[in-house]
Design a protein around this ligand. Structure first.
Ligand code: NAP
Length: 379
């Protein structure tokens, strides 16, 4: 394979994760390193992006076309993976399947990619001949990126994480629905006049907003199924038998798989996943149980110096308001880590709040970096 460029087929590049991935690959000059073909499930035959080696989009359901790729990178979603992956393998294709969706994450022969945490494991899997590589759940990747230092030092017994997840976690169409909800709350039903009149009755305004939120108007909520702007939704993904949502279930199983921990070494992780009206970037409030008593200074140093992407925020009101929120970290690769303090629960407990762009480290970045790592290891 010496000096040969790997042929990469992109599926799902038009969606939220795919668009961010392409942006990052452009900024890092990645497209010079690969021969690329762009596929679509809905626009085959239309013009392909400038980076494509082919003028038009290829059909993402065409097995013969997919089989020509060394790597198929898909951000199209789980339905596409379910429909295509096993048949493509059944057709004898032995290339690398690199996926943002959850479908293959917990399969025994797949590897989760988050190289700042598990580069060694990824390399071992490449050498072993593993062919299915998957980006982990966004909150899981962000959690591990925030706690890399204490995790690598083996300090953590268990973690409870309560999440505040942005609308973009549900995809491009849902982001638009959140904005429509915001616009509806402000503009419709005579509220705009009341908001702008400084003498208006606040209870009247609140009553009109409640009519929207309680489904008595045309306030749009088809995609989220519940009000998000002006409210929140403590449910993400499908139900599990034990009462967790699938999003909550992913935290522990995926984190331990990334860390390569076997069952008796597992770190317990659990909490409630909540969708909030942020546009982009997920936040998490963590209660961490340490194996030994907390040494606040050394915990802070380990956390802050773990890698170049941690942005440690001192536990002050000024620093927190300045930085520790989705607005500050959206569009950046930095992971904000702050609100670090001991807890009343006991000497082994520590409180942390963390924020990161779930479309970057939570989705696109580990995939982009896997492409480069795979190329480095094999070409
Ligand atoms: P998405 O924005 O809904 O895009 C998926 C596909 O929908 C696109 O590739 C496009 O495919 C089609 N599409 C239809 N209408 C569109 C429109 N108006 N704008 C853009 N695309 C449109 O999905 P996503 O959020 O990127 O998620 C993709 C996968 O990544 C999912 O499995 C998800 O679970 C996973 N993931 C998402 C996040 C996140 O934060 N969003 C984080 C980690 C993992 P065609 O061009 O073929 O029509």
């Amino acid at each position: 394979m010496a000096n040969q460029k790997l042929k990469v087929g992109f599926v799902g590049w038009r969606g939220m994760v795919g668009s961010v991935l392409l942006d990052r690959m452009r900024s890092e000059g990645d497209f010079d390193q690969f021969e690329t073909v762009f596929f679509s499930t809905s626009q085959a035959g239309l013009e392909a992006p400038g980076e494509s080696c082919e003028k038009t989009l290829w059909d993402a359901y065409d097995f013969e076309a997919l089989k020509k790729m060394d790597i198929v990178l898909t951000c199209q979603g789980g339905d596409y993976t379910k429909k295509i992956h096993s048949d493509l393998r059944g057709n004898g294709w032995k290339g690398i399947w690199l996926d943002a969706a959850s479908t293959l994450r917990m399969q025994e022969n797949s590897c989760l990619v988050l190289d700042p945490l598990n580069k060694g494991l990824i390399k071992d899997e490449i050498h072993k001949g593993t062919v299915d590589f998957v980006g982990a759940n966004c909150t899981v990747s962000l959690l591990l990126m925030a706690l890399t230092g204490p995790l690598k030092a083996g300090l953590i017994d268990w973690v409870t994480t309560h999440t505040y997840q942005a609308a973009s976690g549900a995809g491009a169409k849902n982001m638009k629905e959140l904005l429509k909800q915001m616009g509806y709350l402000y503009n419709e039903g005579g509220k705009k006049e009341l908001i702008e009149d400084s003498r208006s009755d606040i209870l009247k305004l609140d009553e009109l907003v409640n009519l929207d939120l309680q489904g008595k108007t045309q306030y749009p909520k088809e995609l989220f199924g519940a009000p998000l702007a002006g409210s929140l939704i403590p449910w993400i993904d499908s139900p599990m038998e034990n009462g967790q949502t699938r999003e909550e279930w992913k935290a522990m199983v995926e984190a331990n798989k990334i860390l390569g921990l076997n069952q008796d070494e597992n770190i317990a992780i659990d909490g409630t996943c909540v969708r909030i009206g942020a546009m982009r970037s997920h936040s998490q409030a963590l209660t961490i149980k340490l194996k030994d008593g907390l040494d606040l200074k050394s915990f802070e140093e380990l956390t802050a110096n773990a890698h170049e992407w941690v942005d440690f925020v001192p536990n002050t009101k000024e620093a927190t308001l300045e930085k520790l929120h989705p607005a500050h970290y959206s569009g950046t690769l930095k992971i904000g880590v702050g609100r670090l303090r001991p807890m009343n629960l006991g000497k082994e407990f520590v409180n942390v709040f963390t924020v990161g762009d779930q479309l970057l480290w939570g989705a696109a970045e580990p995939l982009r970096r896997f492409l480069r790592l795979y190329q480095e290891v094999t070409v």
